[in-house]
Each structure stands twice: as C-alpha cells, then as structure tokens.
Ligand binder design. Structure first.
Ligand code: MF3
Ligand code: CO
Ligand code: CO
Length: 264
C-alpha cells in the first residue's frame, strides 16, 4: 500500500470525496442514537447496511479486500472495549452499560470512499473510559491541526503521540492512517506516532485518513483467531476516532465532518 504513488486529487475529485465523506458522517450520526445497552453489534451492522443500500451506496468493508481468502464479513467495524479495531458485528454481542464502542463506516459513493469512525459510550462510562475517549478525540484534532502544505507526515504522528503519552496513554503502532479515494487503502501511510520534520512532505490534493487508536495500557496488540479482531495484549481499553481529510492550498479540508459541523 505504501509503494503506490500518492494520488493528488483535483478539486472536482475532492468534491466527490466530500459526497462520500458526508454520506459516511450521516451514517455515523444515524447509528449513534441506536448505541444503547441491550443492542447487538449485528443490529448496528444491519441498520448500517440497510441505510447504505437505500442511499444507493455500497459498504466497502463487506467482502474487503476483494479476492481475499478471509474477507471482512460485515458492513461496518464495531470495536468494543479492548478491541482496537476491525471488530466484527455479531448477533451474540450485546452492548452493556459502561462499554465503549468504536463504529467505523466506509460507504463507497459513486466510486469514492468516505472513511470515518467515532467511539461512543454505552450508558455511563467509567472515569478512565471517559478520559481515554476524550483524549483520543483530542488526538485526532491535534493531528488534523498539523495538516497543511509543506508540513511533514511525521508532524501529524508527533502531535498525536506527544498528547496521548502526556495523558498516560499509548499509541497503537500496527495500524496507521492511509491514503483513500477510489481505493480504500493506498499511499501514503499516516502513523499516529513519530518525529516532527520526518517523513514525506504534504502537498495540496493529497487525501488521507487520520485515525489514532489510543490504548489505556500498553500499545501492543494481537489479532484474534478470526484474523480480523485486533485487541490490546493487556486487554485494557482502546479508543479510536477517524476523519478523512484533504490537504488544501492553505491548510486542511475535513471531508467527513458531521452534518451539523459543515460550514455553510
Ligand atoms: N475503515 C477501516 C479503516 O479505517 C478499515 C476497515 S477494513 C475492514 O481503515 F475490512 F475491516 F473493513
Ligand atoms: Co475507517
Ligand atoms: Co481508515
């Protein structure tokens, strides 16, 4: 994925990405009120699939990657508590008061991918769960704030890592942000840790995700026997937030802002 050329999108392509990104944000907003004790992750998946089909869009995660012997079997990722990412919705997984759940959606709209995720509280969170989720969202914003022409990819990860570690948390290394467009995952890779001034230079027209996964304990993860579900090795909590962004001539354009935050 990282040896592919970095695509620079025209403004008309970025508008296509915004369509996909807005659809993704609307889907997350649609699912949010369903996140309550007693709901199953399969019910969230099925609601997402139905909503996406009604929009005339496709769920990119379902069957991804094409041609794999172990494609992702659902339409969204639902990652609860110690699950870092790529949790698989299941009829037997019932959300309970105090859980945290990341919902990651990627509708494919007219050939373009909109990739966004948020972590939600189920009922009332513990103090540590609340802090982890708040810090993780702030990590995403601090990463986004670094995005401008001539900044380096390392600036993004450094800002995220500095803040996460200052709050006593750790940054997952095994999964990174990614270029996104007509292809779900492409160059460049965007690590959520690193060193200021290092890495490739950001240029107008680059479109990629920033999606920090922040752990309560150690950053180390393992992948379960289903070959998808990534969990913290210490089984402590993990949270994640994700936006798809474009580098503009003078800064950043967040393509997956929720409807209420889109400037008129
Ligand atoms: N949406 C995830 C990401 O942020 C990728 C999910 S891949 C899947 O990159 F196959 F699990 F869907
Ligand atoms: Co995603
Ligand atoms: Co992504």
């Amino acid at each position: 994925m990282d040896n592919e050329p970095i695509v620079l999108m025209s403004s008309r392509e970025i508008e296509k990405m915004r369509q996909a990104g807005q659809t993704a944000a609307e889907l997350l907003a649609y699912l949010e009120p369903m996140v309550k004790p007693g709901v199953t992750t399969q019910e969230l998946n099925d609601a997402a699939e139905e909503w996406t089909q009604k929009r005339g869009a496709k769920s990119a995660p379902l069957g991804y990657p094409n041609g794999s012997s172990n494609p992702f079997p659902r339409s969204i990722c639902t990652s609860v508590n110690e699950v870092v990412c790529h949790g698989i919705p299941n009829i037997k997984q019932i959300l309970r008061d105090g859980d945290i759940i990341n919902i990651d959606v990627t509708p494919l709209v007219d050939g373009y991918h909109g990739d966004t995720s948020k972590t939600f509280f189920v009922g009332t969170p513990s103090p540590i769960a609340r802090k982890l989720v708040e810090v993780t969202e702030e990590c995403l914003w601090r990463g986004i704030r670094e995005v401008k022409p001539n900044a380096k990819i390392g600036d993004i990860g450094a800002a995220i890592q500095e803040y996460a570690e200052s709050q006593g948390f750790s940054v997952v290394r095994d999964f990174v942000g990614h270029g996104v467009g007509r292809t779900f995952h492409t160059a460049p890779q965007i690590p959520h840790y690193g060193t200021r001034g290092k890495g490739k230079k950001l240029r107008p027209g680059m479109v990629f995700t920033i999606e920090p996964m922040i752990n309560e304990g150690t950053w180390e993860i393992e992948v379960l026997g289903d070959k998808w579900t990534a969990v913290t090795i210490d089984r402590k909590l993990s949270a994640q937030f994700e936006h798809t962004v474009a580098v503009t001539e003078d800064g950043v354009d967040i393509l997956t802002l929720p409807p209420a935050l889109v400037p008129a």
